[in-house]
Design a binder for this molecule. Structure first.
Ligand code: DAH
Length: 344
């Protein structure tokens, strides 16, 4: 029986060594060491042996079992280690390799121009209105009626303004001026606000016109506000935005919601006043509209025009960006050509 044990031990040992995988090793383990394994069969027969032999064979069987268990364990560990090493090698990353280049985006020139204009006006004491004062989908009431725009004014025509199908009288705003009304309804003077935002017009698109663009509206209402204040604020704004050396002029004009009204020009940045194609030979470029808030508009929102006066202005962001950066086609802002955008 001792020999039988030793023979089985040798067989088991050589099978352990030959095993090429964890699965094969499991098989060997099952064959020899499980409950139905060969050693257990022998152990079952021990009881038939005489006592002294039983002890010798019994302890030999235990010793052999332990040895086999330990060599199986050693091989198991070797296999695990090998598998782990292979996995680590497969997943290995070379941290010295240069990373993938991920191009970084940057702020669109219209956004940076808006931010610049807004921060200049903020430095002059204006605050941006809350967004609910400046909706892009607007009623005719705010976009036209309350701004003193007559019912038969051509700007109301569908050829100029986009009407929605949401309800009769609901338009895509054609100007940010409606924000003036919201601001005056929402607070008492003194009011000193700006409203940047997108506006829509039913235009044929060309180098100068797009069917949407951006404006920044300004409004200052308080006691004793004069045209002199308007000139002071706008001249200061232009001086900061275009640089101190750029001459400006105020030209008399008309807007339904201001009286008197003015258009403000800066000297042409291309020809410096000599006259060129950009300024149509005039030497001047129009950059914004402005005026003293019409008493009718103040009355409409319940502000007494005998107590309060105010000025308003509106400027086109695209136009101001085009003039500053000598951009000759408004469509460049909207077609996302990186060759254009990367210059900013
Ligand atoms: N809303 C005018 C436009 O879109 C611009 C404008 C002119 C705004 C005079 C004003 C203003 O606030 O006082 O053409």
């Amino acid at each position: 029986m001792k020999e039988q044990l030793e023979k089985i031990y040798e067989c088991a040992n050589s099978e352990i060594e030959k095993a090429q995988s964890i699965a094969e090793l499991e098989e060997v383990k099952g064959k020899y060491l499980s409950r139905k394994g060969e050693f257990n069969e022998i152990k079952k027969n021990l009881k038939n042996l005489p006592d002294d032999e039983k002890r010798v064979v019994g302890s030999l069987a235990n010793e052999i079992t332990q040895k086999l268990e330990s060599s199986i364990k050693t091989r198991f560990e070797a296999f695990y280690q090998k598998e782990l090493n292979e996995k680590l090698m497969k997943d290995k990353i070379d941290i010295t390799l240069p990373g993938k280049f991920i191009p970084q985006g940057h702020v669109h020139p219209l956004t940076s121009t808006t931010n610049e204009i807004v921060s200049i006006l903020q430095s002059l004491g204006f605050s941006v209105v809350p967004s609910e004062f400046s909706p892009e989908v607007e009623t005719e009431y705010y976009n036209f009626d309350m701004l003193n725009v007559p019912k038969d004014h051509p700007a109301r025509d569908v050829q100029d303004t986009f009407y929605t199908t949401i309800a009769k009288n609901v338009v895509l705003r054609s100007q940010t001026s409606g924000a003036q009304i919201h601001a005056m309804e929402g607070q008492k003077p003194p009011i000193r606000v700006i409203a940047p935002g997108r506006v829509y017009r039913n235009e044929n698109i060309n180098a100068r016109k797009n069917n949407f663009f951006h404006q920044i509206e300004g409004l200052y209402v308080d006691k004793d506000i004069t045209f002199g204040d308007l000139k002071g604020v706008l001249n200061e704004f232009i001086r900061i935005y275009f640089g101190a050396s750029r001459p400006t002029r105020f030209r008399s004009s008309f807007f339904p919601f201001t009286e008197p009204s003015a258009e403000i020009d800066v000297q042409c940045i291309m020809c410096e006043g000599k006259g060129c194609k950009i300024c149509s030979g005039t030497g001047w470029l129009e950059i914004l509209g402005a005026g003293m808030v019409d008493p009718n508009v103040l009355k409409g929102v319940g502000i007494d025009p005998d107590v309060y006066t105010g000025f308003a202005f509106g400027m086109g962001v695209e136009r101001l960006a085009m003039l500053k950066y000598a951009i000759d086609d408004i469509r460049l802002f909207f077609n996302n050509d990186e060759r254009f955008l990367n210059q900013f």
